[in-house]
Design a protein around this ligand. Structure first.
Ligand SMILES: O=c1ccn([C@@H]2O[C@H](COP(=O)(O)O)[C@@H](O)[C@H]2O)c(=O)[nH]1
Length: 276
């Protein structure tokens, strides 16, 4: 999917919501356990109930690979249930020496046909660029993550081009030599709203994948106010708050209601903050 197609979808649906498919057998409604693939059945019903309200789905690969080969099958079936025009994100946080990264890229882009994959920047250019060689596919690079531990490394002081920066700023500056706003996005946590203006100074045009609203408490209003650019430039993820809105037989209906509430808020922010 191209950046323009993503933006058109955002305008059409009045939404920049990404729904995280962090599907956990311990949390899904118990009546689904009788299905031969309960994870897929849960995801299928969530997707059917919410596809008109969101622009992306993000299965976190950990929730699938934890089940071994069966989990990979659930992931593949889930990907096939995502409508063609909805952006798909493999939240896999990969990255290794070049020839290994190339195989990761082939696994997620060719074997499975995801639109994008999350990648860790720590191993540098040769670990990231193999993912950038695929037409209309995206790298979503971890820049400033939403978790408490982000403080351990991401705020370390480093010197870039003779200037002092935080490490996450260096990731944003340096990686713009590897990709463009047409194939590179960044993960920036909604719990780090105080840095969103700084992120936009360094990377004004790139899309940001923003986890951390909902269960982690980040502010959708602040991220929208300070993070929106002229292509919207935001995919705001919510996983648990939406998919586990109910653990009863009405789970899909309740997930739809939770997604609708977020979409309606996003509609308002698109009116207020999208530059004309
Ligand atoms: O900085 C990051 C990067 C990734 N995540 C992932 O996003 C979802 C968040 O789930 P919620 O239930 O909405 O909290 C999850 O898959 C994380 O692994 C993140 O939270 N922060």
């Amino acid at each position: 999917m191209t950046r323009q197609q993503l933006f058109e979808q955002i305008q059409r649906k009045r939404s920049y919501l990404c729904i995280g498919l962090d599907t956990d057998l311990k949390k899904i409604p118990q009546h689904l356990l009788q299905h031969e693939d309960p994870i897929f059945e849960f995801n299928r019903q969530i997707i059917d109930a919410t596809a008109d309200l969101c622009v992306a789905y993000k299965p976190n690969v950990a929730f699938y690979e934890a089940h071994g080969p069966k989990g990979w099958v659930s992931l593949q079936r889930t990907l096939e249930a995502i409508p063609q025009d909805v952006f798909s994100i493999a939240d896999a946080k990969r990255g290794d020496i070049g020839n290994t990264s190339e195989l990761y890229a082939r696994a997620f882009f060719e074997r499975m046909n995801f639109d994008s994959i999350t990648v860790a920047p720590y191993m540098g250019a040769d670990s990231v660029t193999p993912f950038l060689q695929f037409k209309d596919k995206w790298v979503i690079l971890l820049a400033l993550t939403s978790n408490e531990g982000s403080k351990d490394f991401q705020f370390s002081n480093v010197v870039t081009q003779g200037e002092a920066h935080f490490l996450f700023e260096k990731v944003l500056i340096k990686s713009q030599k590897w990709g463009t706003p047409e194939n590179l996005m960044y993960v920036v946590g909604a719990t780090r709203c105080d840095y969103i203006e700084r992120v936009r100074e360094i990377a004004p045009d790139h899309f940001l994948l923003v986890p951390g609203v909902g269960a982690q408490g980040g502010s959708l209003e602040e991220i929208s106010r300070y993070g929106m650019n002229n292509h919207c430039g935001l995919l705001v993820n919510s996983s648990r708050q939406i998919i586990y809105a109910s653990q009863g037989e009405d789970f899909a209906e309740k997930a739809r209601a939770a997604a609708l509430a977020v979409q309606q808020e996003m509609d308002k922010y698109l009116n207020e903050y999208l530059p004309q």
